[in-house]
Design a protein around this ligand. Sequence first.
Ligand code: PEP
Length: 258
Amino acid sequence: MLIGANWKMHKTVHESVDFFRALAADILLDLDVEVFICVPFTALWALSQASAAAGGWPIALGAQNVFWEDEGPYTGEVSPVMLRDSGCKYAIVGHSERRQKFSETAAHTAKKVAALLRNRVRPVLCIGETWEEKAKGITEQVLVRQLEPVFPMLRTEDLPECVFAYEPVWAIGTGRRASACQAAEAHRFIRLLLHDRFGVEAGERAKILYGGSVTEKNLSELLEIDELDGVFVGGASLEVQSFSTIIRRCAQRGTEGS
Ligand code: PEP
């Protein structure tokens, strides 16, 4: 299981370091899961340093965005080289908030994914339909529209490094999680697209996470889905207690072999 967190625009540097320290103390037990947290850019280097000083916390660092060039005259942007240099292992691409509020297009996300892979940072590509698109019954078309421009950027050997987060836009921050059945259907469809494009073996090696109003209270049903490789958590990752409960529950699922 891979468990990711998206802090969005929350937490100062000190709050971030305190959180990682507390979470690391809580999950130090040998849990068989991988955890990453996508923090604000400002906290990346401090977290890297604090982790190294503590002997390495079992929490990978992620960023919430990236630019597609390695360097140059792009005021205000952060490059994949800089992310890697700051200790980043993951970076979110194409979050619906960036698509909707910052006009990020599928062509932009494709270039960002390529830039991350080139720099050995794992892309966490967020895809998912709006409520209107779901109501029209075009979820699958939307997923294809979001994925197709990215596929030419991927080589078969990149698939184990790729994380796809199915995040229905209507579920993000709304408290309305997709049902297990809806999530399973979307995950199956995404997996099928990967099989078709890259072959079954490579397609199986990418991770597909569900994100959108996941909490420690509504996790059980989701964990029963075979198609789920993990979860991507926003609001419920901001408190150590709720996020560590989610991590433990996911780890239990792993040991139950479901
Ligand atoms: C997100 O924004 O990626 C997310 C999953 O948010 P939330 O869990 O708060 O719905």
